[in-house]
Design a protein around this ligand. Structure first.
Ligand code: HEC
Ligand code: HEC
Ligand code: HEC
Length: 459
């Protein structure tokens, strides 16, 4: 009996430290999965099981469905070993060797450290509940259904280097850089893309269209970017998605804040702020004034006189549909829940995309258990469905009264409703898919040429 007890103690003494350190690794993995925002794309909105996939990403080339990444052996990643998991995250290659589309941000995750990949793997394998259900399969049109073409794309655009600390900056800055570049993949949305959909590193964070939305310039330029924001304001925005007098977060930014940024530690938010503030300024010559700096102007003539057709009258639509929450003079509610429309970067931005998108799709964000909701006015709205001309009318009024003063037309609204301008690549497909295939073949040829030349040089 005594001996059994002793043996028990011995075993506990041997196992306990391992168990607790394995727990600590899994816990770190959980935090990393949050910081990398895996859930935003791998969990179906509206109550889908965690990480079971089936989230549709509307890419300009067609709908891309995310995978089930629960440890289910039949439908998830239960059969992945750690090396295969690392290859999927950093190189965009599935267990079966097929290439993933860069809708999975592996170009950012390529920078993840081995230690973090390990912690993520332990977390997914031990803490995530397996879900035995297949995610929807992706079927892009020819030639994008040829997944191997992504191998050529990777050769050109995947920089497989791990993150390495910059010795001329301190630890907090480097932590911020790692968070922004490797985990949070801010550039996946905020950096403009070239015609093959690659991020243009020379214009890092200068702002980019994102379907119907537009991810603004977040460089340190004082007029086109965030130069006019204080550190505290930027930290508050990332943590809560709302800064009175500056901006609120909707669209993809609301998702990033709901699932990821709002759950980061204060030290990590401060590190992110440090790094983002240091992004070199990129000026957009067409922007004359910071988006948040429009104080509002007197009511336009039309608002006072009224218009013949009330159904498309901006002032009537505004007072019927918006004023109850945002106030007749766009002043917002006193408690700040309904934001002011003056000094509001969505209203004042030189590109009106997010203003249109917010009216069409609404705002939906949850931070620290508090739900922020603005109804949408597209098809199926519980308030009223607005057509393109009506949205243009109410937003012309909003732009003229609270923002830069320009007017909007139904064509702009239609373009944004349909998900923004199609990329050049898609134009080529309409022209003839073979042209694109030809381009890929040429790129392959060019790559082979380069390799052979390099090999030749080595001999
Ligand atoms: C911006 C969206 C997005 C984010 C964020 C994201 N993924 Fe993905 N992921 C995808 C999409 C889309 C696919 C499927 C792509 C395809 O089919 O080509 C995918 C595929 C995968 C696969 C391949 C699984 C398989 O066998 O099909 C793994 C593994 C994976 N993701 C893990 C992760 C992990 C872990 C994270 C967080 C560290 C993450 N993803 C974050 C969009 C995302
Ligand atoms: C999924 C895409 C996506 C990701 C990832 C993303 N953003 Fe954004 N971001 C947006 C969009 C879209 C907006 C515009 C939101 C709006 O106006 O409602 C935005 C707005 C912002 C703004 C407000 C700018 C202004 O002038 O109003 C800041 C600051 C910002 N993002 C910083 C970041 C940082 C830092 C990261 C990484 C930690 C990040 N974003 C990651 C899409 C994204
Ligand atoms: C039921 C109340 C309600 C109505 C009606 C309403 N809004 Fe909003 N609006 C909100 C809330 C809530 C937010 C989000 C505040 C936040 O993000 O913190 C918001 C945010 C906005 C924003 C900032 C968008 C961003 O990027 O986050 C704009 C611009 C806006 N509304 C314009 C309008 C216009 C124009 C109308 C009329 C067509 C309208 N709203 C009708 C409640 C409302």
């Amino acid at each position: 009996m005594k001996r059994a007890c002793l043996l028990g103690w011995l075993m506990l003494a041997l196992v306990a430290p391992h168990a607790s350190s394995a727990d600590a690794v899994a816990e770190r993995g959980r935090y990393l999965a949050t910081a990398a925002d895996c859930a935003a794309c791998h969990t179906q909105p509206g109550g889908g099981e965690a990480y079971a996939g089936n989230y549709a990403i509307e890419s300009p080339l067609g709908t891309i469905w995310s995978s089930n990444i629960t440890p289910s052996k039949n439908y998830g990643i239960g059969n992945y070993d750690e090396r295969e998991f690392a290859r999927a995250l950093r190189e965009g290659v599935r267990k079966d060797g097929a290439h993933l589309y860069p809708a999975m941000p592996y170009t950012s995750y390529a920078k993840l450290s081995d230690e973090d990949i390990h912690a993520l793997y332990v977390y997914f394998m031990t803490e995530v509940t397996p879900v035995d259900r297949a995610s929807t399969e992706t079927h892009l049109p020819f030639p994008f259904n040829l997944r191997f073409s992504m191998a050529a794309w990777n050769v050109l655009f995947l920089d497989g280097k791990r993150f390495s600390a910059n010795a001329s900056h301190d630890e907090a800055w480097n932590r911020g850089a790692y968070l922004a570049e490797a985990l949070e993949h801010c550039s996946a949305c905020h950096t403009p893309r070239g015609w093959l959909m690659q991020e243009l590193s020379r214009q890092a964070y200068a702002g980019a269209p994102l379907g119907s939305w537009y991810a603004p310039n977040i460089t340190s330029d004082p007029v086109s970017g965030l130069g006019g924001w204080s550190d505290a304001e930027l930290g508050q925005y990332l943590k809560t998605g709302r800064v009175p007098g500056k901006a609120q977060a909707a669209g993809g930014m609301a998702e990033a804040i709901t699932h990821s940024l709002s759950q980061l530690s204060d030290a990590d938010i401060a590190a992110l702020v440090r790094y983002v503030r240091s992004i070199p300024p990129i000026k957009d010559a067409t922007v004359q004034r910071p988006a948040f700096a429009w104080p509002g102007s007197p009511m336009p003539e039309s608002a006072i006189r009224g218009t013949a057709n009330e159904a498309v009258s901006g002032p009537s639509l505004y007072s019927g549909l918006c004023a109850s929450c945002h106030g007749a003079r766009g002043e917002g509610s006193r408690d700040g829940y309904y934001p002011s429309l003056t000094h509001n970067s969505t209203v004042g931005a030189s590109r009106p995309d997010n203003l249109v998108a917010v009216v069409l799709f609404g705002v939906d964000r949850t931070v620290a258990g508090k739900h922020v909701l603005m109804p949408h006015f597209a098809e199926g709205s519980y308030v009223q469905t607005l057509d393109d001309a009506q949205v243009a009318a109410v937003l012309s009024y909003v732009r003229q009264t609270f923002g830069p003063g320009d007017s909007m037309n139904a064509g702009d609204v239609a373009r944004i409703r349909q998900g923004g301008s199609p990329p050049v690549l898609l134009g080529l497909v309409r022209y003839g898919a073979l042209v694109v295939l030809g381009i890929f073949v040429l790129l392959f040829g060019w790559w082979f040429g380069c390799r052979r030349r390099k090999l030749g040089a080595r001999v």
